[in-house]
Design a protein around this ligand. Structure first.
Ligand SMILES: *[C@@H]1O[C@H](CO)[C@@H](O)[C@H](O)[C@H]1NC(C)=O
Ligand SMILES: *[C@@H]1O[C@H](CO)[C@@H](O)[C@H](O)[C@H]1NC(C)=O
Ligand SMILES: *[C@@H]1O[C@H](CO)[C@@H](O)[C@H](O)[C@H]1NC(C)=O
Ligand SMILES: *[C@@H]1O[C@H](CO)[C@@H](O)[C@H](O)[C@H]1NC(C)=O
Ligand SMILES: *[C@@H]1O[C@H](CO)[C@@H](O)[C@H](O)[C@H]1NC(C)=O
Ligand SMILES: *[C@@H]1O[C@H](CO)[C@@H](O)[C@H](O)[C@H]1NC(C)=O
Ligand SMILES: *[C@@H]1O[C@H](CO)[C@@H](O)[C@H](O)[C@H]1NC(C)=O
Length: 348
């Protein structure tokens, strides 16, 4: 389950660009002409719509992609950065392009500057029949919908979606669990240009999300609980995690993260840290964990951490469990009255 309202969250991946040409069928041609005529756009800034030549094959128009075989279908529509304003209410030309694989209406978001607005059709209606869509980019388009509406529209209409980019779309959270139905989803962008991202809980456990955890996680200043258990992420943990001041619960266990553990000294509210069963290495400098006076649970077991045993942890009064086993720490566990150690090399 994910809960969110408009943070910057970017999860990466490959994009399949389908480029081919075909012959534009007349119904597709007239739908595009209809769309063109219904859109309000700034002629002086347009580089695509302004060049559409209605006498030519629509598959050759800038921003239009057709598939190669047979009579040709319009499978891609890219009107990004076309300074479109107003609505697309006079035409539902886009929602009738059932073969669309790519739809990009993204535009540069400038606060106060009118942008394309999804009202009639709204977000859900626009996408209703676009069941083939693999890539949807509506950045900067005013889609204004709550978590329930936009997530369910995506999950019921777009089963093949791989890439979703909806930054600055005036969407609000929480993210509805139905989004988990989108099994092919590999890239999600849901940012906004407000400084204060309000995502509080990020749970991506037991998913196949892979690649590098993006630096932008550090912009989620309200993040309090993050669980990435048994994901396919690899590479280093972003240093930007040091900015997560509100973090309370952090479980990144059973993944394939490598490299050092970033400084968490500013996350003073941290109570629970689990980095166990990764491939983390390096030392744990005391300065990285200074002042974490709420820590109750620390599990760093089954990694390749080295340097001296982080004995400063044992001095944190709130600490109840500490697991450091199966690492390459050196030195002795400090002798603390009332603390019992079980077994070796594991101890608790
Ligand atoms: C978008 O359009 C503006 C002009 O309206 C132009 O300055 C800018 O370079 C364009 N950006 C992209 C990515 O094409
Ligand atoms: C538009 O396309 C037609 C048919 O291909 C062509 O004859 C004509 O020159 C084109 N017009 C412009 C302005 O490019
Ligand atoms: C749409 O066109 C722009 C150039 O105007 C390009 O940067 C962008 O990658 C294209 N989008 C897709 C999904 O191919
Ligand atoms: C989607 O397709 C159905 C059945 O063909 C049609 O009745 C409906 O109007 C379409 N919706 C849109 C928004 O075009
Ligand atoms: C961000 O949050 C801080 C503290 O909660 C608040 O003072 C500030 O006005 C917020 N900024 C924006 C752009 O909402
Ligand atoms: C992850 O991928 C594996 C192998 O491709 C597949 O068996 C598994 O069902 C996937 N898990 C999820 C949660 O999609
Ligand atoms: C992460 O995994 C990908 C794909 O499995 C691989 O290409 C890449 O080299 C890995 N990166 C690291 C730092 O291990």
């Amino acid at each position: 389950m994910w809960f969110l309202s408009l943070p910057l969250l970017v999860l990466l991946f490959g994009i399949h660009a389908t480029l081919a040409s075909g012959v534009c069928p007349s119904d597709q041609h007239s739908l595009l002409v209809q769309l063109h005529n219904s859109l309000e756009f700034d002629q002086s800034k347009s580089t695509k719509l302004v060049r559409w030549n209605f006498s030519a094959d629509c598959c050759e128009w800038t921003g239009v992609t057709c598939d190669g075989g047979g009579p040709g279908h319009v499978i891609g529509l890219n009107l990004s950065n076309e300074s479109i304003s107003g609505g697309i209410d006079k035409s539902v030309a886009i929602s009738r392009k059932k073969k669309l694989v790519t739809l990009d209406l993204s535009m540069l978001y400038r606060p106060g500057v009118p942008s394309l607005k999804l009202e009639k059709p709204n977000f859900a209606t626009l996408l209703q029949n676009l069941t083939q869509l693999g890539e949807l980019r509506l950045d900067g388009v005013n889609a204004c919908a709550n978590g329930n509406e936009w997530c369910q529209a995506l999950s019921t209409s777009l089963p093949n979606l791989e890439v979703l980019s909806l930054s600055n779309c005036f969407l609000s959270g929480p993210i509805d669990p139905s989004l988990a139905k989108l099994q092919s989803l590999s890239e999600i962008r849901l940012g906004d240009s407000l400084q204060n991202a309000s995502l509080k809980t990020l749970v991506l456990s037991y998913t196949n999300f892979s690649g590098i955890l993006p630096d932008s996680i550090g912009t989620l200043g309200s993040l309090s609980r993050t669980e990435l258990v048994d994901c396919k992420f690899n590479g280093s943990l972003p240093i930007s995690m040091a900015n997560l001041n509100e973090l309370v619960y952090l479980d990144f266990s059973y993944s394939t993260f490598s490299g050092p553990i970033p400084s968490l000294g500013r996350s003073k509210k941290l109570m629970y840290i689990d980095f166990s069963h990764n491939q983390l290495s390096g030392e744990i400098p005391s300065t990285h964990w200074e002042g974490l006076l709420n820590l109750a649970h620390v599990d760093l077991g089954c990694n390749s951490l080295d340097g001296s045993i982080p004995s400063f942890l044992f001095a944190i009064p709130s600490l109840q469990n500490i697991h450091l086993s199966f690492n390459q720490f050196t030195g002795r566990v400090p002798n603390i009255p009332g603390v019992f150690f079980f077994g070796y090399p594991g101890f608790e």
